[in-house]
Ligand binder design. Structure first.
Ligand code: FMN
Length: 230
């Protein structure tokens, strides 16, 4: 909250709807008409009536001014990430605006959650956030479900390839030492897809060099494509 307030980051504008609308107008003026503009916003600054009204003021204005769509994270700014998102807010927003194209965001951890949010709230689309950290396969799993199949877990070889690519890109950005540390938090998330997740997680946490990462991947992630974790 302090960070958001001090630096006037995104959430700040929900408490100052006139500023939010002015920013949108300014962007719309300079961006060519053929380029769609989308907006991401939380469901309000806090749960007071004034702030709820401020959300609706911004939400209505951006569509009037030509936004292609908005994505609504169904937590308040004040709430940060404490507690669950309020999907019922999205349901109510859909009831209020049956024809508006908007996306929902909040507590999407699995491919099943994507379809649950669509069903429960009636949003046009769903935005995946924390649910794809350590599970970039969630999008493929959604496509599988749309084709009428059960969502398949990635093979260990696929997991290994993605982890190696992630490590490579992270090393490019942060250098070997930085990447070796930075990758730990991602490794922890990836380890959830491994049948021996606890051991793999512990080994990832102990990694302090690129060579160590390669050793752990070598030990736990065989390249045989046919091995699918159970
Ligand atoms: C690491 C991280 C970075 C994020 N960056 C942005 C961002 O740049 N802009 C934004 O509007 N939301 C951002 N979000 C918020 C997410 O898009 C999403 O609305 C929020 O995490 C709620 O969805 P979830 O509960 O499914 O994670 C970020 C979230 C995370 C975890």
């Amino acid at each position: 909250m302090k960070k958001v307030k001090r630096r006037n980051r995104g959430g700040h504008f929900l408490a100052h709807p006139e500023e939010a609308i002015a920013v949108f107008k300014a962007v719309r003026q300079v961006v060519p008409d053929e380029v769609p503009i989308t907006v991401k916003l939380r469901r309000a600054w806090d749960d007071t009536e004034d702030m709820t009204a401020a959300f609706h003021e911004v939400f209505d204005a951006i569509y009037d001014l030509g936004a292609a769509w908005a994505t609504v994270h169904c937590r308040t700014v004040e709430q940060r990430y404490k507690g669950p998102g309020r999907w019922s807010f999205l349901t109510e927003l859909r009831a209020k605006h049956p024809d508006r194209l908007f996306f929902g965001s909040g507590d999407i951890w699995t491919a099943e959650d994507v379809f649950a949010m669509l069903d429960v709230t009636g949003v046009t689309g769903v935005s995946v956030a924390r649910g794809c950290i350590g599970n970039p396969w969630i999008f493929r799993q959604c496509r599988q479900m749309m084709a009428g199949h059960a969502p398949a877990e990635p093979t260990l070889a696929e997991q290994r390839d993605v982890l190696l690519e992630h490590l490579r890109l992270s090393t490019e950005l942060h250098g070997e030492r930085g990447a070796s540390k930075m990758m730990r938090k991602f490794g922890i998330r990836f380890a959830k897809h491994h049948p021996e997740g606890h051991r793999v997680k512990a080994d990832f946490i102990a990694c302090d060099s690129r060579a160590a990462w390669h050793r752990v991947l070598e030990a736990h992630y065989p390249t045989d494509q046919s091995i699918i974790p159970t």
